[in-house]
Structure formats: structure tokens, C-alpha cells
Design a binder for this molecule. Structure first.
Ligand SMILES: Cc1cc2nc3c(=O)[nH]c(=O)nc-3n(C[C@H](O)[C@H](O)[C@H](O)COP(=O)(O)OP(=O)(O)OC[C@H]3O[C@@H](n4cnc5c(N)ncnc54)[C@H](O)[C@@H]3O)c2cc1C
Length: 406
């Protein structure tokens, strides 16, 4: 056990969710433990106003659709403005097509009285923005280039053994260490995990027709193993795709040459954006569903993918994680003076506050996946009728949107 005064919070993992939590805890004595080292980014290509320079500098093929609520949270943290404005692409409308080629549900920001439904930002730029200035943050100790190897929970503090042999003490360990969370596993919090037998193929393309800031999505149905293709707007005439397909199909797509892949994506998206040209090499992400049965244990709180992993068809995984970070920081920041941040009764406030949102989003996303993965003409008819029906009920659409925009 470390002889030094324990940190109030040790955060395991410094990707989007862990870094956001670290920023939100400004002023608290925090250790942020991240295996990755992240030098501040000074890449001129990122800041250049010319879109062509961005393409040459390279778009990141991993992008997030960030909800307006989380964009506001990131702005409060000082991270939103650190993403160059030209690389934050607003989504003004969204069209989701069923697998019969005709049914459709449309969401429109303007008609709903808001300026955008979401923002598309690149993973690398978001992470850079979150890390910028962290090294000078009041109360924060950065422990980068090392990971947690072992965790021991005692009455008054948790002890963390790091890969480099150091030990740290903390009143609370926040596990933002992703789907294979060591914090979750070593604390014995049970989780339910299920592989979707799908891989998400991501890549960026230049498109022949303007995307007009509209996100497009096609459910391809049971005959295509529940495949879902999304085209998300990027700066200029560029789009990022997330194409969730069966594992064998993903291997086939990833092995195609640039032209072959562009042709397949253009055909699957009904040539909605004209011809496509690949601008970043494709990457594949195996998909799974995971739910931790508890978010908290004595001196432990889980957040982000350590607590819940959902299918990317609704683009909500990181959004849920950022909401966790918001709520955990508010719980810690709002506690009574002198109260131990690792106390289980306090942590239960966080768990209770997050339970409903997480359950609702998990159920909606998995439900949609199952509905569009199911085979058979009758079920196909029903799901497509359901899309059309939902499209005609403004109250229902507003409810769906409000949930995704938080
Ligand atoms: C194809 C695809 C598209 C997606 N699109 C969207 C989208 O549009 N919108 C959206 O909201 N979500 C989206 N998601 C979901 C989103 O990517 C994840 O929910 C999010 O990245 C999870 O972030 P995290 O910080 O919780 O975990 P991770 O990104 O997994 O980060 C975990 C961190 O913990 C570190 N770590 C691991 N072990 C240790 C250890 N022992 N000690 C210390 N650190 C450790 C890791 O190195 C890593 O840095 C998408 C997912 C996929 C696969």
C-alpha cells in the first residue's frame, strides 16, 4: 500500500470517457491513469481552413455522433472549442430506411425547433481536445504510459498496483477502462456479454453529391444478417460510414480494393450521394453487447464501456459514457464537505441516477437490432410498417429524438 496521502479519485482509462471525467473533476485531487501517452497535437493540417488539406492530413475513420447535450457538456469542460470548428459537422436531419426499399423515418432539427440533431467529430480530435491542458489542471496527476495491474479494496482506500511497479492509493476508483475493464473484473462485478457476430466496417469517402448535413441509415434486414449501413456527414463533400455486417462479409469488404469498396457502399446506399471515393483506409471493429450488473461497489464506480457496450446502430455508446461522467462528477462535486467520495451510499446516488437512461438506451438499441435481424416476410412487413407508423406520429418522434439528444 502506498504511504502517500491517497488521491480522492483515481480514474482508470484516459480515452473519451475517462478524460472527460478528469476534466469535470477540476480542483479535486485526481490521478488519471492511461496506458497511452498523448503529446499535445500541433498538426497544422488539423487547423488548416482548407478542406483538401484535411483530407491530405487525413480524416480519422473513427468518428462519433455527439448529442447536443454532450456537446454542451464538452463546451463546459473547455474541450468543445478545442476541436477546430471546421471539423465539427452538424447533422441537421436524419433519414432511416427500412429493408423494403420504401419505408422511412425522418428526423429534422429545424422542424423540431433545434439547430442540430448531433455533431460528427473525429475520435482523434475529440481525444486531443480532452487532453489539451490536462497536464496543468488544478489537482490532477497524470500517470500516462502505464496501466493498472491489480486492485485491492480496503476499509479506507483502494490500492492500485501499476504496470511500472508503482502503487497509488485512492478513496474512489472510477473504472473508465473500456469493455475489458480490469476494474470491473477485479472487483467481481458480474457482467453479461454477448458477441453480435457482426463487425463494423468504418471508412471515409468523398461523395459526388453534397450530403447537405443529412445522416442516412439503411437497415438491410434478416437476409443480410441484420446489416446496418450509416453515412455520416463530414466536412466538405465527405462522409464517414459505419457498416455493421456479418463477420465473414466484413472480412470480404475489408479485403476489397478502394474502388471495389466504394462501389459496394454506393450501391448499398442506393447511390444517394452519387459516386464515392475512398479517402481513408477501412477498419473493422467486432461488435458486442455488454452490461455490468452493478455500476458501483465499495470504492468503485464504473462508467462508459466498462459499464455498458451497445451496438453502434444508434451512435450512442460514447454519449451514454459522457452522461455517466457528467453524473459521476456531479455526485462527487455535490457531496457534503468532508464526505468520503468512495462511500457506497454516495455512489448509489450515481447508480440510481444513471439506471433508467442506460436501461432505456440498451433496450431500444438491442430491440432495433433484433427486429431488423429477424428473418421472415411477416416480421419484415411489421418492422417496415412500424418505421412508417412512427414517422407519422410527431409525439413519438419527438420522444425518440429527445432521448438521443440529451
Ligand atoms: C464502429 C463504432 C462506431 C461508434 N460510433 C459511435 C457514435 O457515433 N457515437 C457514440 O456515442 N458512440 C459510438 N460508438 C461507441 C463508442 O466508441 C464507445 O462507447 C466509446 O468509445 C467508449 O469510450 P470509453 O472511454 O468508455 O472506453 P474506451 O474507448 O474503450 O477506452 C478505455 C481506455 O481504458 C484504457 N485501459 C484499459 N485497461 C486499462 C487498465 N488496466 N488501466 C488503465 N487504463 C486502461 C484503454 O487503454 C483505453 O484508453 C461507436 C463504437 C463503434 C465500435
Amino acid at each position: 500500500m502506498s504511504a502517500e496521502r491517497p488521491f480522492e479519485v483515481a480514474i482508470a482509462g484516459g480515452a473519451v470517457v475517462g478524460a472527460a471525467l478528469a476534466r469535470a473533476l477540476r480542483g479535486t485531487r485526481v490521478a488519471l491513469i492511461s496506458p497511452e501517452t498523448r503529446p499535445p497535437r500541433t498538426d497544422a493540417a488539423v487547423n488548416a481552413p482548407d478542406i483538401d488539406a484535411h483530407v491530405n492530413g487525413g480524416f480519422d475513420s473513427r468518428v462519433y455522433a455527439i448529442s447536443p447535450g454532450n456537446a454542451a457538456f464538452l463546451a463546459q469542460l473547455g474541450a468543445w472549442g478545442a476541436i477546430p470548428e471546421a471539423r465539427r459537422t452538424p447533422v441537421h436531419a436524419m433519414r432511416v430506411y427500412g429493408d423494403d426499399g420504401a419505408s422511412l423515418i425522418e428526423f429534422d432539427a429545424y422542424r423540431s425547433g433545434c439547430s442540430e440533431l448531433a455533431w460528427i467529430v473525429e475520435d482523434r480530435l475529440l481525444q486531443d481536445a480532452l487532453w489539451r491542458g490536462l497536464e496543468n489542471q488544478d489537482g490532477l496527476s497524470l500517470v500516462s504510459g502505464s496501466s493498472i495491474q491489480e486492485l485491492e479494496i480496503a476499509e479506507t482506500q483502494a490500492s492500485l498496483l501499476l504496470e511500472d511497479g508503482r502503487t497509488l492509493g485512492a478513496r474512489l476508483v472510477a473504472g473508465a477502462d473500456g469493455a475489458r475493464s480490469l476494474v470491473r473484473e477485479q472487483t467481481g462485478i458480474p457482467s453479461e456479454q454477448h458477441a453480435y457476430a457482426q463487425t463494423a466496417v468504418v471508412a471515409n469517402f468523398a461523395c459526388g453529391r453534397p450530403h447537405r448535413n443529412i445522416a442516412l441509415q439503411w437497415f438491410q434486414g434478416g437476409r443480410k444478417e441484420g446489416a446496418v449501413l450509416a453515412l455520416l456527414p463530414l466536412p466538405g463533400n465527405h462522409v464517414s460510414i459505419v457498416w455493421s455486417v456479418g463477420n465473414a462479409e466484413a472480412s470480404r469488404l475489408l479485403a476489397l480494393d478502394a474502388r471495389g469498396l466504394a462501389q459496394e457502399v454506393a450501391a448499398a446506399s442506393c447511390h444517394a450521394l452519387g459516386g464515392l471515393d475512398l479517402v481513408t483506409p477501412p477498419r473493422g471493429f467486432p461488435l458486442q453487447r455488454l452490461v455490468a450488473q452493478r455500476l458501483v461497489a465499495p470504492r468503485i464506480a464504473l462508467l462508459g464501456d466498462a459499464a455498458h457496450v451497445i451496438h453502434p446502430l444508434a451512435g450512442q455508446g460514447a454519449n451514454l459514457g459522457l452522461q455517466d461522467a457528467r453524473m459521476l462528477a456531479a455526485t462527487i462535486g455535490g457531496r457534503e464537505p468532508g464526505r468520503d467520495p468512495g462511500e457506497l451510499r454516495l455512489l448509489r446516488r450515481y447508480e440510481r441516477a444513471r439506471a433508467e437512461d442506460i436501461l432505456a438506451m440498451r433496450a431500444a438499441v438491442h430491440g432495433l437490432f433484433r427486429l431488423f435481424d429477424a428473418k421472415g416476410a411477416r416480421v419484415a412487413q411489421l418492422r417496415n410498417a412500424g418505421l412508417n407508423f412512427a414517422d407519422r406520429i410527431p409525439v413519438l418522434k419527438n420522444l425518440l429524438m429527445r432521448h438521443a439528444m440529451d
